[in-house]
Design a binder for this molecule. Structure first.
Ligand code: IDP
Ligand code: MG
Length: 134
């Protein structure tokens, strides 16, 4: 079944000049990029996006970081897009991510970890609607 997921190239990876490398990998993994937009999130947009984490200790630094510079927002489509993109990204903490995963290759820390991916069909729909209106 063809699924859609939201991918974000986060500010640390944009600053590192690896947008192209990450997009190449996305294409090599068989995803179609069906929407894409470079954006500078406001603090409020970042807080709204990560509202599920509002009670976590890292919510304020995370939303500061996500609004600290441009991000690349993408809608990816593929069979099993949600699970496959999370596998290609690797674990949240780059130090624990498998060799060859995007977070291992380009992430800097558990916070500045290069990319985002939705974690379930319901969150993918909500997240895509948040940035692309469906
Ligand atoms: P995920 O991005 O792998 O789904 P989540 O637990 O949903 O991980 O966390 C969302 C984002 O919050 C992470 O990608 C990372 O940027 C940040 N984050 C997660 N855990 C921590 C932490 O323990 N310290 C600081 N930042 C964190
Ligand atoms: Mg998550």
């Amino acid at each position: 079944m063809i699924e859609k997921t939201l991918a974000i190239i986060k500010p640390d990876a944009v600053k590192k000049n690896v947008i192209g490398k990450i997009i190449s990998r996305i294409e090599d993994e068989g995803f179609k990029i069906t929407a894409m937009r470079l954006a500078k999130l406001t603090k409020d947009e970042a807080k709204g996006f990560y509202i599920v984490h509002k009670d976590k200790s890292f919510y304020i630094p995370l939303t500061d970081y996500m609004s600290s510079g441009p991000v690349m927002l993408m809608r990816l489509e593929r069979e099993n897009a949600i699970g496959h993109w999370r596998k290609v990204m690797g674990a949240t903490d780059p130090a624990k991510a498998e060799p060859g995963t995007i977070r291992r290759l380009y992430g800097f820390s558990i916070e500045s970890n290069a990319t985002h991916g939705s974690d379930a069909p319901e969150t993918a729909e909500w997240e895509l609607n948040y940035f692309f209106k469906g």
